[in-house]
Design a protein around this ligand. Sequence first.
Ligand code: SF4
Length: 180
Amino acid sequence: MGKIEDLHVINGEGYQLTNLEKAVNVARANSVWPLPFATSCCGIEYMATMGSNYDLSRFGMERMSFSPRQADLLIIAGTISKKLAPVLKQVYEQMAEPKWVLSVGACASSGGIFDTYSVLQGIDRVIPVDVYVPGCPPRPEQIIDGIMNIHKMVKEEPLRRRYSDEYKHLLSNYKIDSNE
Ligand code: SF4
């Protein structure tokens, strides 16, 4: 959740100062629009995470997006077949910058128990991943922990990172054009 200390404010008599980067990052971190890419059992755990017991709306995340252009956090929960991999990559490419990726569970992160000819052995074969959540399936508490780690990254990311050569190089490794 947004805390005043995240803004690193300087208080004076009748004024309060921060810098643009901190203010933008705190706003971004507390208004993430997730796109759930759920294909199997881990998706059910994600649904539980969205329920009232766990309540993602307290983090400003109750607005699910099933349209890539109106989402900034791609959450992959479940087994991804090799046949589905190009679709996942296309969804990622359609999302505007800045965007983040959360891999939920063993299947999304590494293929899990499905070491077979048809299953992608980890989504990081086709798109870059920011945070991995272990487990088969991970409990909602673990998924929330992964989301908290994403929030931490968002709050600390330099505003120019997406224009950096390092970031362009990362995307080029995946043969993805940066859409700056
Ligand atoms: S990691 Fe386990 S629970 Fe999650 S999709 Fe794979 S088999 Fe299902």
